[in-house]
Design a protein around this ligand. Structure first.
Ligand code: TXE
Length: 526
C-alpha cells in the first residue's frame, strides 16, 4: 500500500472486491471477518458509520435510527447512515444561523483561505476519497480518481478564488444620482445533491454558497453519503468554524423535505430527478424562496457524415457509458446522418461490446456497478420496454453476473438499441443507465426536430466539421449546454443548467455566486 503508483495503490482485497482501509478516512467499527478472510486491512471487515456534521461535531441522528448503506459492486450493506429527521435539520439551521455573522465578517479573503485549506486536505487524501466514492457508488476507482475527486477539489478552489474577483455594478443616473449594486449573502442556504457524482455535485453547491458568505445546511443523497462525511472530517481538520457547513444525513422525504420547507432557509439549490424538483418547487415557490433546480436530461447526440469519425466514435462511447451512463449530461439518443449510419452502427457496437464490465477497483474496468438494486431493475425494465416498443437490442441489455465476492453486485452490460422512433417512451423517458438508442436521420431539420422533441433540455452534442452548421444548430438546440465536437469539456466559469423540464436557473461561475446572494440597489442622490 506504500506504492507511489496511484492505480497500484487501489488494488482490491484478494478475497473480496473491497478496497484497503484508510484509518484516517472515516469512523469504522470492526465487523466479524467474512468466511475465508484473514487479512484485516480491508474494508470488508468494517461497518462504516456515516454521521451528521452539525455545529462542528459529528453525531448520529437524534432519534438514534440508522439506514443501510450499500456497496453496489458487492450488493451488500457496508455502512450505516444516520437516519435523520426534522429535529436534526432544526439543530443544523440553528447552528448555521449562529455561525452566519462571524462567517460574513471573516470577509472574502478569510473565506477563501478556509475553503483552500479544505481543498488541500481533500487533495492530500485523494486516494482515500476516490476509493470511498467507488465503494459507495459502484463507479470505477480510476474514474473517481481522475474525475470526481479532482473536480470536487477544483470546485472548492474555483469558488474560493472567484469570490475574490466578484464585481459589483454602478450606474450613474446623469447628474442626479449614483446607483450601486450591493450583494449580500442570502443567509442559510439549503443544498440537496444526488448520488451519481456524489462529492463532485455536493461541492458544486456548497462551495459557491460558502464563498458567497452563506452558511449551509446540506443533504447528500442517502444512497451515497460516504464522501460527504469524509469532507466534514476535513473541514474539522482545516478549522472551518463550527456551524458554517452542516451536513444532515438521511432520506429525501424526511431531511430534504424539512430543509425545503424550513422558514429560515431562503434559498434551495437542488440537483436530482425532475419529479423531486417539482415537489421541491411546489413547497418552496409559495414561500418565495430562491430556487436553483438542476434536473434530468434525455440528451441528443447529432452525428453528421462530415465529422471526424474516430474522434466522434471515441467520445460518443464515453458520452454514452461514462459512470455507467449515470450522468445527467450523458448522451442517450444518438442521431446519425443516414449515409454514415451503417458504418457508425458497426463500429459503435463493436467498441461497446469491447467495454469491460467488472470490478471497480481494477484499473482496466470501463463499466462498474449501477448505484442500487432498485436502479438496476429500473434500467432493465426500460430495456424490456424498448423491446416491447419494437426496438432491437444490438448489444447488452442484460445483467452481468460476476464471480466470487462481486457475485451479488449490480452490473449491467452496456446496451445499444435501434429501430425506435423519436416519440416512443424509450426515447422520451430518462433511463439514467448504460443504455443508448441509435437512430438514422435524413435532413438537418429532421435531426433538430428529433433532438428537441422531448420535455428535457439539458445538454446536446453536435459532431460536424461544417463551421456554419455548428453555429446554426447550436442556436437551434433547446438545451442549456451545447457541446460541439466534444463532450463534458467543462470550464467552471460557464453557465450550467437546463431548459424546459431539465431545470430552472444556472449554476457555475458568477451565476452561482449571484444565486447565493441578494442584490440590493443603493441609490444616492447627487
Ligand atoms: O433522485 P432524487 P434519485 C435523476 C435520474 C434518476 C432519478 C432519481 O433520472 O433516476 O433522478 O434519482 C433528495 N424533498 N437524476 O432517486 O430522488 C434525495 O434524498 C427534498 C438526475 O437520486 O431526486 C437526494 O438527496 N429532497 C440527476 C436528492 O433529492 C428530496 C442526478 C436527489 O434525489 C426529496 C441524479 C424531497 N421530497 C438523479 N426526495 C442529475 N440531473 O444530475 C428526494 N430528495
Amino acid at each position: 500500500m506504500n506504492c507511489s503508483n496511484r492505480l497500484a495503490r487501489v488494488s482490491a482485497c484478494p478475497l473480496c472486491s473491497c478496497v484497503p482501509r484508510n484509518e484516517r478516512v472515516t469512523r469504522q467499527a470492526l465487523l466479524p471477518p467474512r468466511a475465508g478472510h484473514r487479512a484485516t486491512s480491508y474494508l470488508c471487515f468494517t461497518m462504516q458509520e456515516i454521521l451528521n456534521y452539525i455545529g462542528g461535531t459529528l453525531a448520529p441522528a437524534r432519534s438514534g435510527a440508522w439506514l443501510d448503506g450499500f456497496a453496489p459492486a458487492e450488493g451488500r450493506v457496508f455502512a450505516r447512515i444516520a437516519d435523520s429527521g426534522p429535529e436534526d435539520v432544526e439543530l443544523a439551521v440553528a447552528a448555521a444561523e449562529k455561525a452566519g455573522p462571524a462567517w460574513v465578517a471573516l470577509g472574502r479573503q478569510g473565506r477563501h483561505d478556509a475553503l483552500m485549506r479544505v481543498a488541500a486536505l481533500v487533495e492530500r487524501d485523494l486516494d482515500g476519497f476516490a476509493r470511498a466514492e467507488s465503494r459507495d457508488n459502484g463507479k470505477p476507482v480510476h474514474l473517481a480518481m481522475e474525475v470526481d475527486i479532482p473536480r470536487a477539489i477544483a470546485n472548492l478552489r474555483f469558488f474560493a478564488t472567484a469570490i475574490l474577483h466578484q464585481e459589483s455594478a454602478a450606474h450613474i443616473t446623469d447628474d442626479q444620482a449614483v446607483n450601486y449594486t450591493d450583494r449580500q449573502p442570502v443567509g442559510v442556504a439549503g443544498c440537496i445533491s444526488p448520488w451519481n457524482l456524489p462529492l463532485y455535485l455536493f461541492t458544486w453547491k456548497i462551495a459557491p454558497a460558502l464563498a458567497a458568505g452563506c452558511t449551509v445546511v446540506a443533504k447528500p443523497s442517502e444512497i451515497t453519503p460516504l464522501t460527504s462525511m469524509m469532507l466534514a472530517e476535513r473541514c474539522m481538520e482545516a478549522g472551518l468554524p463550527p456551524g458554517v457547513l452542516n451536513i444532515v444525513q438521511g432520506t429525501g422525504p424526511k431531511v430534504g423535505a424539512a430543509i425545503t420547507a424550513h422558514p429560515s432557509i431562503p434559498a434551495i439549490s437542488f440537483t436530482g430527478g425532475t419529479a423531486t424538483g417539482a415537489r421541491i418547487a411546489a413547497v418552496a415557490a409559495p414561500m418565495f424562496k430562491k430556487l436553483s433546480l438542476e434536473l434530468g436530461g434525455k440528451n441528443p447526440v447529432l452525428v453528421f457524415a462530415d465529422c471526424d469519425f474516430e474522434e466522434m466514435l471515441k467520445e460518443t462511447v464515453r458520452s454514452s457509458f461514462s459512470n455507467q451512463g449515470q450522468i445527467c449530461l450523458c448522451g442517450s439518443r444518438i442521431l446519425v446522418e443516414r449515409s454514415l449510419y451503417p458504418r457508425f452502427k458497426e463500429a459503435f457496437v463493436q467498441r461497446v461490446k469491447a467495454l469491460r464490465v467488472g470490478d471497480p477497483a481494477v484499473a482496466s474496468t470501463d463499466i462498474g456497478a449501477v448505484v442500487s438494486e432498485a436502479h438496476l431493475h429500473k434500467v432493465l425494465n426500460h430495456v424490456a420496454l424498448a423491446k416491447e416498443e419494437g426496438g432491437a437490442v444490438l448489444c447488452g441489455g442484460h445483467r452481468v453476473e460476476l464471480d466470487g465476492p462481486l457475485a451479488g453486485g449490480w452490473f449491467i452490460a452496456p446496451t445499444v438499441i435501434e429501430g425506435l422512433g423519436p416519440g416512443c417512451r424509450t426515447n422520451q423517458e430518462e433511463i439514467f443507465g448504460p443504455v443508448v438508442t441509435i437512430q438514422p436521420f435524413d435532413t438537418e431539420e429532421e435531426a433538430v426536430q428529433a433532438a428537441n422533441g422531448t420535455r428535457y433540455g439539458l445538454a446536446s452534442v453536435l459532431w460536424t466539421s461544417n463551421g456554419s452548421r455548428m453555429h446554426r444548430l447550436a442556436r437551434l438546440m433547446k438545451s442549456g449546454i451545447v457541446w460541439v465536437n466534444c463532450w463534458m469539456l467543462r470550464d467552471l466559469r460557464t453557465p450550467f443548467g437546463g431548459m424546459k423540464h431539465s431545470g430552472v436557473g444556472r449554476e457555475g461561475g458568477m451565476e452561482a455566486l449571484n444565486f447565493f446572494t441578494e442584490a440590493r440597489n443603493v441609490c444616492i442622490k447627487l
